[in-house]
Design a protein around this ligand. Structure first.
Ligand code: WQD
Length: 339
């Protein structure tokens, strides 16, 4: 069975392609290489010995999207990762984010009408909850006004899919709300490839560890948490990738009560920034150079998932730990820096 993975050469997309191939699916990747490299194809192939079909395409070009689906009308499922995802950049360039994240989603959904099977998985984010009133965060937690245009594209994206499913009962969709994806494939053939200065914690930690960055700034040490630093739910990207395969199988089995569902994907455990640093120091055997500085605008104090729905409905839970993820991230960093 042929699955389309948009953004399939990106961080989470590439790991999901590997897990799909491991399960015997034929994978077609669309990527415009704006935030990834075609070399990732070799990394995927080195792991699975199966080279995915790859088409370099910009989903903002409607005609190209239409032509693609004419060439691949035997697709039975779509996993849609392709989007811009830098919170800070989205504040500076909101219209670029709405064009790249929303227009492309609409074009993709319009093309489902030409497919026999209309199964669609959407890459969403726990950012839709903002600072949740209760922890751990369940799927019943209210979606809060977005703190950034990026976060808003995830909220609006889910609403567009919900409206599509309401009017077209043949469309089966699942939105997956990721907590904090980190780590790399244990083979160190694929991993995170941030462009420029990393915005996210773990790549900044590993780049500091490998000497690419001088010092990690810890954004805030005065939060009401166990050690004063923010709490997040760091989920290994391989666990996250496997969740996409399970969600796809749920759609393909077509035995769902509703044709639009959403799930939180996390470990259910919160870790502070300092605990993440301690994990790095443990797995690497290196002391990390960091300093606590002022808070970062827009950060929530704490966010970690209630994992019950994903376990009870999808039968999925994480198997890997923070140390496993940090170890894989560190091995990947050393490999790409030839250290
Ligand atoms: C984690 C913690 C920072 C960098 C964002 C998006 C979310 C998703 C994941 C795309 C925070 C602290 C970070 C640094 C630090 N993105 N930190 N020094 O902000 O929880 O989530 O990325 O899907 O949608 O909102 O992740 O890794 O940026 O930050 O102290 O140099 O690490 O303050 O507490 P975040 P993050």
């Amino acid at each position: 069975m042929k699955i389309l993975v948009t953004g399939g050469l990106g961080f989470i997309g590439s790991h999901t392609v590997v897990e799909l191939q491991n399960e015997g699916y034929e994978v077609v990747i669309i990527d415009n290489l704006s935030n990834s490299s075609v070399d990732v194809l070799d990394g995927i192939t080195a792991i699975t010995n199966k080279k995915p079909i790859f088409e370099k395409l910009d989903l903002k070009v409607k005609q190209d999207v239409q032509d693609f689906f004419k060439r691949h009308n035997d697709i039975v499922g779509v996993i849609h990762f392709a989007a811009s995802k830098a919170v800070g950049e989205s504040v500076a360039e909101p219209l670029m984010y709405y064009e790249n994240n929303i227009t492309t989603l609409v074009y993709m959904l319009q093309e489902l009408s030409g497919l026999g099977k209309k199964n669609f998985i959407f890459s969403s984010s726990c950012t839709v909850y903002g600072q949740a009133d209760k922890l751990p965060i369940t799927e019943n937690a209210p979606v809060k006004p977005a703190e950034s245009p990026y976060g808003n594209t995830k909220q609006v994206g889910e609403e567009i899919i919900r409206d599509t499913c309401n009017i077209n009962k043949e469309v089966n969709a699942i939105a997956l709300r990721y907590f904090n994806p980190i780590g790399a494939h244990p083979s160190a053939n694929i991993g995170e490839l941030p462009i420029g200065v990393p915005q996210n914690l773990v790549p900044y930690i590993t780049q500091t560890g490998v000497g690419l960055r001088e010092q990690l700034s810890v954004f805030g040490g005065d939060y009401p948490t166990s050690d004063g630093t923010c709490v997040r739910d760091y989920i290994h990207v391989v666990d996250l990738a496997k969740a996409h395969v399970v969600a796809l199988q749920r759609l393909l089995n077509e035995n769902n009560e509703t044709n639009f569902e959403f799930f939180n994907l996390g470990t259910g455990k919160g870790s502070t920034v300092l605990e993440a640093i301690q994990s790095f120091e443990k797995v690497s055997g290196k002391a990390l150079n960091y300093k606590i500085v002022d808070r970062r605008e827009g950060d929530v104090t704490a966010a970690y998932a209630d994992t019950a729905k994903a376990l009870n409905v999808l039968g999925w839970k994480t198997e890997l730990t923070l140390d496993d993820a940090m170890d894989s991230a560190w091995k990947w960093e050393q490999k790409i820096r030839n250290k």
